[in-house]
Design a protein around this ligand. Structure first.
Ligand code: KG4
Ligand code: ZN
Length: 340
């Protein structure tokens, strides 16, 4: 079964083909960074319009390279939500129309569930059950994953998402959009000791997060006095340390509470190499195995959508002809487990 996956939830057009027998056959991502950079962040209308231009040509480019004719596809999956509604509608409309034309099934899937399953594309994939930390530009979730389609939300951000806090702080430091990776690069030049930010919510027993206070603390420090290059790097370092320590503490707590010994970390922020190393180092003492997607699948991509689509379609789930996207969509509501 060859499944085409289409991701258009935000500022990346991602397409991929996943085969049930051969695994991932190929993928392509077109990033809109250059388009949005002059505006300092994603402009939703520009994002939708660009997806309209990119999606079909990108699919054709991928299928040509893989030498797979359209009629050899057996199903199509697209990101139904959460995300920017206009951007989602483009992917949904292309997917639904192509599937209708080819008379094959089509399924809309959850973007964060795609992130959650991205490490499954690796040869050394995690085994269920595990705890998943999902850290992206729009979400920060801790999830107990008992099996595919069996998810229990353990904690989430009560305000800004982790990636959002990175992006906003990066902007305050004068770094270009998207700021997360740029802030992390700047933090490498930073020295510890000059700044210290309180680790938010770690003294509370629950597994929720809050990053907006940390971002405000960084903003006050940035505005308190003119910063030279070294001070900016020191501040970036202190900010990143505060975020990472908070994530590490909450992951440890989630693993302890669930009694699980496998952690999956995914979503754009999981590309942060300091976070990756800190989690592996800290949790190795507890005999916890930590899994990440490969770098190119930490952020948004079509491969995770094609894989999730294959799982859904091979279980017999597909959608009606209705095009129905969801800007907001709790992960627990995406399950098919309880449906007849
Ligand atoms: O998953 P993703 O690509 O898109 C969403 O679903 O939101 O995540 C994007 C987020 C952005 O906030 C970006 O700044 C952040 O991931 N990010 C990073 C790094 N690379 C990307 N944050 C911290 N360190 C990084 N190296
Ligand atoms: Zn994402």
């Amino acid at each position: 079964m060859k499944i085409l996956g289409i991701e258009t939830s935000c500022d990346e057009t991602g397409v991929a083909v996943y085969s049930g027998t051969e695994g991932l056959l190929g993928h392509k991502v077109y990033s809109q960074i250059a388009l949005h950079r002059p505006h300092g962040g994603v402009v939703p209308e520009l994002a939708s319009r660009d997806h309209i231009h990119r999606t079909l040509p990108l699919i054709d480019e991928l299928l040509n390279e893989l030498d797979i004719p359209r009629h050899a596809l057996q199903g199509i999956a697209y990101t139904r939500g959460p995300g920017l509604v206009g951007a989602l509608l483009v992917g949904a409309t292309v997917a639904r129309s192509l599937a209708y034309g080819l008379a094959i099934p089509c399924v809309g899937v959850h973007h964060m569930e795609g992130h959650l399953l991205a490490p499954m594309l690796e040869r050394h994939a995690p085994a269920y059950p595990f705890v998943a930390l999902l850290v992206s530009g729009g979400h920060t979730l801790l999830v107990k994953v008992t099996a595919f389609d069996d998810y229990q939300l353990l904690g989430e951000s009560l305000d800004d998402a982790c990636g959002e806090a990175f992006d906003k702080t990066a902007k305050l430091l004068g770094l270009p959009y998207p700021g997360g990776a740029a802030l992390s690069a700047l933090a490498q030049q930073g020295r510890p000791g000059r700044y210290h930010f309180t680790r938010p919510m770690i003294d509370r027993p629950d597994l929720n997060f809050s990053f907006s206070g940390l971002k405000t603390a960084a903003m006050l420090a940035i505005r308190a006095q003119p910063l030279d290059d070294q001070a900016r790097a020191d501040l970036a370092h202190a900010f990143q340390e505060a975020v990472i320590e908070t994530l590490v503490v909450k992951c440890q707590r989630a693993l302890r509470q669930t009694g699980l010994t496998t952690l999956v970390v995914a979503g754009g922020v999981s590309a942060n190499t300091v976070l990756q190393k800190r989690l592996r180092d800290t949790l190795s003492y507890l005999s916890v195995q930590v899994f990440y997607p490969r770098h190119e699948f930490c952020g948004d991509n079509g491969a995770m959508i094609a894989y999730l689509g294959w799982l859904r379609l091979s279980q017999g789930h597909s959608d009606s002809l209705k095009i129905d996207v969801k800007a907001r969509w709790p992960l627990a509501d995406s399950t098919y487990r309880a449906s007849p």
